[in-house]
Design a protein around this ligand. Structure first.
Ligand code: ANZ
Ligand code: ZN
Length: 818
């Protein structure tokens, strides 16, 4: 008998699969297409268990779909630009390109060892010129559509290193290298106008009925659309007005003060002649240094200063004191709010603290509010102290008051968004150069498409001290203006790596295209992606940007759909001892160790079996052992039953054979649903385990055909999860071709029908129990089974049975007396 030695069979089959091109994407015209995609990794160095989990999930789906007769696109690639490569260059003196490509080679090897069925001929690497050429092309597409623009924005700046820092390089407000406190610096930067697409990004979420609700909620909050009104407040003794955004124009008559954000552009002019000028200036300076998070934390202290100036209430003409406070943000709404302490919690706290008046204008319909109020009343109600609107329901008043303001020219209906335009400039080396030239004559000039890629120069200085490493290479910087041919200077910033990952799934459909980012025909065939599998940490940025790109490509006529991912599966974390695996916790289990010890099939099986994919998975060594033992059991099942594959047919209608056939078909049904519809791989695998048990229990003398068919079914159903062992055993039983090219087994509904009948059992006309008997049971057997049922005896005990009526295949009625 052969031994199960994963270290022998796994590399053997991996090499054979590669030689025969088993996983090359098939494009038969008569088969439907299926695109199964896992989020591509950042080549950080080596795979962790989280990677193993996503790839195992994706691989099961891809393999099942291939067996079900689809053309399957199942590609892999590298999100290869980004900070860690550059940090390695700074810290260890390796060039980012070398570091990155070495990591890619290593991780690709690990993926191959896992036996994942990728079509490696479609691999994409975002840091390769043939790829980033088209990331630059995308930038130009946005630029020419008026969706890319330049404006000044603040970046993190380390005064000691004299360099810009990425957000990830700021640790607790200090530089990651030297620990100096980080300051802000204004630089010209490129933005993409994602806010133009805010409404569509929000509304199209409703189409995504196969996305987790949690992800959609996060995207909705990120976009943060609020509807309400803008109200114009005149200023006392000044010509300007203050415009506020409010979601509650119904509370307008409750306004007792106004607040401007500390950086509001009107503040300096407002306080110029004010007695409060010095105090306000000091406060503004202090706020400039605090982070947004600190300033707006809900529990955080609300602080402010009076400016010494007043606005005029648009309806009453009352004087309203103007304050500056930490809780108002410059870049939300208009950067100014009307303070309504009676109906807003933050305003209430602020008014209490600074002794500002509180005026109630809404009260509940069924009770009085205490005077003075002890908290903000934020619910719906009817208006009071609001003149002509008194008694109106506040929902109605929102509309009525805004309409009134509009008539007076003092306000309008308005919508506000939390989402901001996407800042894509990075003062970093390891990214795609922004394809722009600055010319003294022509200004900003986009690099023409036929001059792409703008190549990333090899030779730059990574030493901090310049704004952007690319600026240290004069050959790169100095160029000719594409428009006038005069001297020009290249943009030296690179693009946010989220630009690279926003379109890679298009590239896989036609990765060898040289003149366009992708072949629209190929995209029409494969997209939208059928399954997209990845981490919840991408719920907002990557997934939102990808949706944005798709909509822009749709508007430009490159694709004919608006959403790139039909079904999104966000897998849970892999944890050990209740915590996420991480170096700092010292609880990391290395995929290599597990593969060395048990083989890839065990690793994959355990990971799929231990939890449903969207839940966190608790790593446990006994579980791994258990999965490994199960594979041994499957191995022995085949090896101890070689003869059944050659034996003559026996009695196929004997009860044991019928039972095993029923079990086999029921398992096919269950596993098909679990693997290809519900994505609950754990329960599918446990169904296969039960079938294996049933085969072991099958009597030696029973029909061998049925047994052989059941074993073959186990191999076919298990092949997507444990591809190597199933391939090996398939070949041992003389199966033709690869197990992975067999048609997925289908079940016969007729085989599922059980030969049993259920009867309701009544005692004196009331149903007291149900019994199950063989369909062939005669009336007497049914009668005896009913009378013998435990629950029935509770009702008949001590009484006289006067009659038993059997309605065939339905009902037994027992009549008792006494
Ligand atoms: C008056 C008012 C009365 C408000 C009331 C609320 C309740 P959402 O829903 O998040 O859009 N606000 C407006 N701009 C702000 C800014 N730049 N910084 C901080 N707060 C700002 O919130 C809109 C509400 O948040 C607005 O409606 C405004 O306060 C405040 F009973 O106006 B409200
Ligand atoms: Zn020019």
């Amino acid at each position: 008998e052969l031994q199960y030695v994963p270290a022998e069979i796994e590399p053997k089959w991996q090499n054979l699969w590669e030689e025969t091109g088993l996983y090359r994407t098939r494009e038969d015209a008569n088969r439907p297409h299926y695109y199964c995609l896992e989020m591509f990794p950042y080549p950080s160095g080596k795979l962790h268990m989280g990677h193993v989990r996503v790839y195992s999930i994706g691989d099961v789906v891809a393999r099942v779909k291939r067996m079900q007769g689809y053309n399957v696109l199942h590609p892999m690639g590298w999100d290869a630009f980004g900070m860690p490569a550059e940090n390695a260059a700074i810290q260890h003196g390796v060039h980012p390109r070398l570091w990155t490509y070495e990591n890619i080679d290593h991780m690709r090897q690990q993926q191959k060892r896992l036996g994942v069925s990728y079509d490696w001929e479609r691999e994409v690497t975002t840091c390769a010129p043939d790829y980033y050429k088209f990331t630059q092309w995308m930038f130009l597409l946005f630029y020419h559509r008026g969706l890319a623009y330049r404006k000044k924005a603040a970046v993190n700046w380390c005064p000691h290193c004299v360099t810009v820092l990425a957000n990830e390089q700021v640790e607790n407000g200090r530089c990651w290298r030297c620990g100096t406190e980080v300051t802000k610096r204004e630089l010209e930067q490129w933005f993409l106008r994602i806010t133009d697409y805010a409404d569509r990004l929000l509304e199209d979420l409703d189409q995504l009925d196969r996305w987790p609700e949690r992800v959609k909620v996060m995207q909705r909050n990120w976009i943060g659309r609020s509807t309400g009104a803008e109200v114009e407040f005149a200023l006392e003794g000044r010509p300007e007005t203050i415009r506020v955004f409010t979601t509650r124009p119904d509370t307008l008559l409750g306004v007792t003060y106004m607040v401007l954000a500390p950086e509001h552009p009107l503040v300096p002019a407002l306080i110029e002649h004010s007695s409060e000028r010095n105090r306000v200036e000091a406060f503004v300076e202090e706020m400039r240094k605090a982070s947004e998070v600190e300033r707006t934390a809900a529990e955080g202290e609300k602080r402010g200063v009076f400016t010494g100036t007043y606005a005029i209430h648009p309806l009453t003409g009352d004087r309203v004191p103007i304050w500056v406070a930490n809780y108002v943000l410059l870049d939300y709404g208009t950067g100014a709010v009307m303070g309504v302490p009676a109906h807003d919690e933050r305003d209430f706290a602020f008014a209490k603290k600074y002794n500002l008046p509180i005026r109630v204008v809404i009260r509940p319909e069924d009770r009085e509010l205490p005077t003075p109020p002890v908290e903000a009343y934020v619910e719906d109600g009817v208006l009071v102290n609001s003149g002509r609107w008194d008694g109106m329901h506040n929902r109605e008043a929102i509309h009525a008051i805004t309409a009134h303001l509009e008539e007076m020219g003092k306000g309008r209906f308005a919508t506000s968004y939390r989402i901001r335009d996407w800042l894509i400039s990075r003062q970093r080396y390891w990214g795609a150069p922004i394809p722009i030239v600055y010319c003294d004559h022509c200004g900003i000039v986009p690099v023409p498409e036929d001059q792409l890629p703008v190549r990333l120069p090899e030779d730059v200085s990574f030493e901090p001290g310049t704004v952007s490493p690319l600026a240290t290479n004069e050959d790169f910087v100095q160029t000719t203006c594409p428009k006038c041919g005069g001297p020009g200077r290249r943009e030296t910033d690179t693009m946010d790596t989220f630009m690279c990952s926003s379109w890679y799934y298009f590239r896989y459909t036609s990765p060898k295209e040289t003149a366009r980012p992708f072949d629209p025909e190929a995209v029409r065939k494969w997209l939208p992606v059928d399954d997209y599998i990845g981490g919840i940490e991408h719920a907002v940025l990557h997934l939102l940007y990808s949706r944005f790109f798709t909509k822009v490509l749709q508007d430009a006529g490159w694709v004919d759909f608006s959403e790139p991912f039909r079904h999104l599966l966000t897998q849970g974390m892999v944890i050990k001892e209740g915590a996420k695996m991480s170096k700092s916790k010292g609880n990391v289990v290395s995929p290599d160790d597990i593969i060395n010890r048990y083989g890839a099939d065990t690793a994959r099986l355990f990971i799929l079996f231990a939890a449903p994919p969207d839940r966190d998975l608790e790593w446990n060594d006994q579980g791994v052992e258990g999965s490994h033992r199960f594979l041994h059991r499957v191995w022995r099942l085949v090896n101890q039953n070689r003869e059944v594959f050659h034996a003559p047919a026996g009695d196929r209608m004997a009860p044991a054979a019928r039972d095993l056939r029923r079990k086999t078909h029921a398992t096919i049904k269950k596993v098909t649903e679990d693997f290809a519809q519900r994505y609950t791989f754990n329960t599918g695998i446990s169904a296969i385990m039960e079938l294996v048990n049933a085969i072991y229990a099958y009597p030696a003398e029973a029909d061998p055909f049925t047994k052989a068919a059941a074993i073959r079914t186990v191999l076919l159903l298990l092949a997507p999860a444990a591809p190597h062992i199933c391939e090996e055993l398939w070949s041992q039983i003389g199966g033709t071709g690869s197990v992975h090219e067999q048609p997925w087994p289908t079940y016969d509904p007729a085989e599922l029908v059980t030969d049993e009948v259920e009867y309701a059992v009544q005692v004196n006309g009331k149903v007291r129990d149900h019994i199950v008997v063989s369909a062939s049971a005669g009336e007497e057997e049914v009668r005896q089974t009913a009378l013998g049922a435990e629950k029935i005896q509770e009702w008949t005990g001590g009484k006289r049975v006067v009659k038993v009526i059997v309605v065939p295949k339905k009902l037994v009625n027992i009549v008792v007396k006494g």
